[in-house]
Design a protein around this ligand. Structure first.
Ligand code: KG4
Ligand code: ZN
Length: 356
């Protein structure tokens, strides 16, 4: 296929509106980023979390501009797009519907196929946009505001679920701890920033589901839980408040909290590495932007292992990963039905639940 702008291969437009980022990307052949725009909504900050109704409305106000800017960057006209991809779930239903309706309308008007992309599968593709070696086989740790999944992939599209969270997601835990400490939303980057000047062991917080004597056959060997850590953090913060010491201890608490989360995430990931014999690890989702998590995983993997992660821009929610995932689904001959829609709890395609 030759193009007026000299590109080759199908042009894929990916749209992401599942939470609080409105993002669109145009990819050449579904791999090379030609245009990419991410608009992060800042209206939620006063509420300490994403307000679904506000998110949906803001997506609606912004979606046309974001798509137009991505197309302009790419030097491509909407009519030249061959394949559309959109996050169809999981996420906030009102927010998801904005993207899905936009893409369905465009695909229908232009007579092109559209792919209903799973948000967490899209995150898996993030690192491959920057590094062609970020391909299966790998053990993947998917850590975002809504999910904490540990899986093993022999190839794209076939994912063996090893563990998941039983309560809060890792990003959610960061956000809640940040709120307790009086830090802004989203909490993950704030905790990381404040923790830089904190001592790791001045306060000790629990490492839930990380008993030393756990065996691979135990149901909780790979699973995560962050609610106990949250309770322990609440108690610690209250005690410091009573003593009037929260201001002087904030950085130390943030550091202790981050160490506890990182320790659990890394330890469980290393269990998966040992059990599968796969020393290639991919981390994705918003929490994968955490420097301490990357540092600790790199150290524990040692010289023989490989860690793949995307740059922060492609770790957070973005349209490029959606376009990349859409290309993969397109190559497999899949297209969404005309009646297809968004689903807040969309099932992860190709995921088998097989605990150790
Ligand atoms: O993947 P993502 O952008 O959106 C969802 O799909 O949820 O992830 C957002 C989550 C938020 O909970 C945010 O606090 C967390 O990722 N996050 C971080 C960092 N940057 C973002 N958590 C820890 N450290 C970070 N540097
Ligand atoms: Zn995400």
């Amino acid at each position: 296929m030759s193009r007026t702008n000299g590109t080759a291969g199908p042009l894929v437009l990916g749209l992401e509106t599942s939470c609080d980022e409105t993002s669109a990307a145009v990819l050449d052949g579904g791999h090379r980023i030609l245009g990419h725009v991410i608009f992060s909504q800042d209206i939620h900050e006063p509420f300490g979390g994403v307000v679904p109704e506000l998110a949906a409305r803001a997506h609606l106000q912004k979606v046309d501009t974001v798509v137009d800017q991505a197309l302009a960057q790419a030097g491509v006209d909407l009519r030249e797009i061959d394949v559309f991809g959109v996050t169809a779930g999981p996420g906030l239903i009102g927010a998801l519907l904005v993207g899905v309706c936009w893409v369905k309308a465009a695909a229908f008007a232009l007579g092109r196929p559209w792919m209903a992309v799973h948000h967490m599968e899209a995150h898996l593709f993030g690192p491959s946009l920057e590094n062609s070696e970020a391909e299966p086989p790998f053990v993947a740790l998917l850590v975002s505001g809504g999910h904490t999944l540990l899986l093993h992939a022999e190839r794209w599209g076939e994912y063996r679920l090893l563990g998941e969270t039983r309560d809060d997601a890792a990003g959610e835990a960061f956000d809640k701890a940040a709120k307790l400490l009086g830090l802004a939303y989203p909490g993950g980057p704030e905790i990381e920033r404040v923790a830089r000047s904190g001592e790791p062991n001045r306060h000790r917080l629990p490492r839930p589901m990380l008993r030393r004597n756990q065996q691979p056959g135990d149901g909780d060997y790979y699973d995560f839980s962050f609610s106990g850590l949250k309770t322990a953090t609440v108690e610690l913060v209250r005690e410091l408040e009573r003593k009037g010491a929260l201001d002087s201890e904030r950085a130390h608490v943030a550091r202790a909290f981050q160490e506890a989360v990182v320790d659990v995430l890394v330890s469980k990931t290393m269990r998966a590495v040992e059990q599968t014999g796969c020393e290639r690890v991919l981390i994705a989702g918003g929490v994968a932007a955490n420097g301490r998590l990357r540092e600790e995983l790199t150290a524990r993997l040692g010289g023989s292992g490989r860690l793949f992660h995307a740059s922060p821009r492609l770790s957070l929610d973005n349209g490029a990963m959606v376009a990349r995932a859409a290309r993969f689904r397109y190559d497999r001959g899949e297209t969404a039905e005309a009646s297809g829609s968004a689903a807040a709890d969309l099932a992860f395609p190709g995921l088998t639940r097989e605990y150790a």
